[in-house]
Ligand binder design. Sequence first.
Ligand code: GAR
Length: 202
Amino acid sequence: MAFRVVVLVSGSGTLLQSLIDAQATAGFGARIVAVGSDRSGIEGLERADRAAIPTFSHPLAKGADRAQWDRQLTDLVAGYQPDLVVLAGFMKLVGSAFLERFGGRIINSHPALLPSFPGMHGARDALEYGVRITGSTVFLVDEGVDSGVILDQAAVEVRDDDTADTLHERIKVTERELLVRVVQRLAGHPWRIDGRKVRWDD
Ligand code: GAR
């Protein structure tokens, strides 16, 4: 049986698209069984529709009970019985119910070399700080902000004429490849966490 993946998105969904494209190739070993979002009407959900993947959206209304939103999101995702949950540009922090249910099986992709520049603006913050090398990180989600065990990283050089947008776009090129590689690896190999390190038992 294929390794079942639920992907959560908030925006354009180009990372999602790289996973959709990868699952059409031999040897990927994972299948996206649903795509969810905290926003409706976004390109990410349309990408899933075009690939005939079931979708759901679960917005967090202003002033709403965040813990309840998190429990409902947990139930929605659990309905698809995922082996792995991929946060691919999902701009909400998941809460304790979600972590309790899927902990150790949630990964996120970040446009910077963690632990540097966590948060919502990884590419911009790295550029403003003046680093010469930045990149992307795929990591296991824990209760902190971008603080979980690092699964893999890829480096990107900063150019003198970069803006936050040009840098982020170049990072996303590496980020897409990195995410596909990590999901394929998680789907196909036994792995375990040893302190802050992932051990691939192969
Ligand atoms: C990606 O760069 C991802 O790392 C970032 O949003 C972008 C989504 O792009 N996520 C975060 O910054 C989360 N902290 P996409 O919508 O084109 O896939």
